[in-house]
Design a binder for this molecule. Structure first.
Ligand code: ZN
Length: 233
């Protein structure tokens, strides 16, 4: 298989996706997006996490190509929500969490596809997941299948969308990381990935850094606990 472009945000999911792509593709590049997130913590973790993953395996280091960060602040301003402003993270009247940024994955995938096309990559890899689903309609495989068709038609070139985490729980995502890179990859993701919505990197828990109270931390802590238990059993 040729070249893949991984949507890499430095969260647990995209870190696992990067390792997944590095085991499967000859060439792997990464892309990250700035869309006015209310803290830069996640973006700041992209470089250290990328390098740390590549260093785990000589083949991975050889396969990992360039990274690009794209400024989508205009889109972020347009799509204003809890992630990009200081609104409270809670359920809104429409049944979606206020962390929902409308159409975010559709925008990211369109921009990623434009970059992939120029770089000669035919596959996009993303950590979208239906399982521990917050109700984000643009994370559904059905949406991504339609997007894959639209991109392939619109570019007149094949543009696959791979979502290795689509049917995994957070615990199973840890299990996948372990399968791909053993304990060193698990430890690397724990130490360098960032998930917390509040941008907290001062509190280190067994499951990594975070405030421990926001929905993202709760989900990550729960997944880690589940996986540690089954791993110890
Ligand atoms: Zn948190």
């Amino acid at each position: 298989m040729a070249t893949a472009l991984v949507l890499f945000s430095a969260g647990q999911d995209s870190a696992t996706c990067l390792a997944w792509a590095l085991t499967r593709f000859e060439q792997v590049e990464t892309i990250g997006f700035f869309y006015g997130q209310r803290h830069a913590v996640e973006l700041n973790q992209r470089d250290p996490l990328r390098s740390a993953i590549a260093e785990l395996n000589p083949k991975w280091r050889e396969r990992l190509g360039p990274d690009i960060e794209v400024d989508l602040a205009g889109y972020g301003a347009l799509a204003e929500s809890a992630l990009t402003t200081s609104r409270a993270i809670e359920m809104a009247d429409n049944g979606l969490p206020t962390t929902f940024v409308p159409g975010r994955n559709l925008v990211f995938l369109s921009v990623a596809a434009a970059h992939a096309y120029r770089r000669g990559a035919e596959v996009l890899v993303g950590g979208m997941c239906e399982t521990d689903f917050s109700g984000y309609p643009d994370c559904r495989r059905e949406t991504l299948d339609a997007m894959q068709s639209a991109l392939t038609l619109g570019l007149a070139a094949p543009m696959g969308i791979e979502t290795p985490l689509m049917n995994l729980t957070k615990a199973e995502t840890w299990a996948l990381a372990h399968e791909l890179g053993g304990e060193p990859l698990v430890q690397t993701i724990l130490e360098h990935s960032h998930t917390c919505y509040e941008g907290d990197r001062t509190h280190r828990h067994a499951w990594g850094y975070g405030c421990g109270a926001c929905p993202a931390c709760e989900l990550r802590a729960k997944g880690w606990l589940e996986w540690s238990r089954s791993n110890a059993a």
